[in-house]
Design a protein around this ligand. Structure first.
Ligand code: G3P
Length: 216
């Protein structure tokens, strides 16, 4: 399973890249807006740090605008994936961009039907948002199970990028289902590292060592 960092914060991206477990980065307009920098500047900065896929989302909602932005983003670095919302215009944009060899990520997927359409349009990645489904009392993980099964049935090459991950349980469940990628905010990486028994175990080892360290 690949792990992507879901942030546009360059300090966090630099920090977690040193852990050796980050395969890519996802951004969206809300994450870029939080940083107060231009999209182009920030995506280029991220591309200097991360060699894996970097998702950069189009702002236009019409086909021509999406194509113009997507083609421009693809020139910023070799590893840019053009993130396109799941709309009729978005599907058309993905179909055109994928034929031009530009990698795409169809975002805001909330149903298996949307996932099938995106895969048929030629999306490289699709982003089902599981946390936001859970927020409205739907079952986000059931959607991942459906999409993984359907993509296996038809051998779609499109990869399932589980997005809107809120906690480690989401990561484990998605991994058990065989999802290709999970994108998560820095806080979830921190939660994944820590376990109270690991922390208390280290303390006990260190305390015991203190008692004998000066003995010959
Ligand atoms: O990048 C898209 C997605 O991961 C957003 O997550 O927490 O805003 O629902 P969230």
């Amino acid at each position: 399973m690949q792990f992507f960092l879901d942030t546009a914060n360059i300090e966090d991206i630099k920090k977690y890249s040193t852990w050796g477990i980050i395969d890519g980065v996802t951004t969206n307009p809300s994450l870029i807006a939080k940083e107060g920098v231009s999209l182009e500047k920030r995506i280029k900065e991220i591309a200097e740090v991360v060699k894996g896929p970097i998702s950069s989302e189009v702002i236009s909602t019409d086909l021509d605008g999406m194509l113009k932005e997507g083609r421009a983003y693809a020139k910023w670095a070799k590893n840019i994936y053009v993130k396109v919302p799941m709309t009729a215009a978005g599907l058309q944009a993905v179909s055109v961009l994928s034929k031009e060899g530009i990698k795409t990520n169809v975002t805001l997927i909330f149903s298996a039907g949307q996932a099938i359409l995106a895969a048929k349009a030629g999306a490289t990645l699709i982003s089902p948002f599981i946390g936001r489904l859970d927020d409205i009392s739907e079952d986000g993980m059931a959607l991942i199970a459906d999409i993984v099964k359907i993509f296996q049935n038809y051998k779609f090459p499109t990869k399932v990028l589980v997005a809107s991950i809120r906690h480690p349980r989401h990561v484990i469940e998605a991994a058990k289902l065989g999802a290709d990628i999970g994108t998560m905010p820095p806080a979830v990486f921190e939660q994944l590292v820590h376990h109270p028994l690991t922390d208390s175990g280290i303390k006990k080892f260190m305390d015991d060592w203190e008692k004998v360290k000066n003995k010959q």
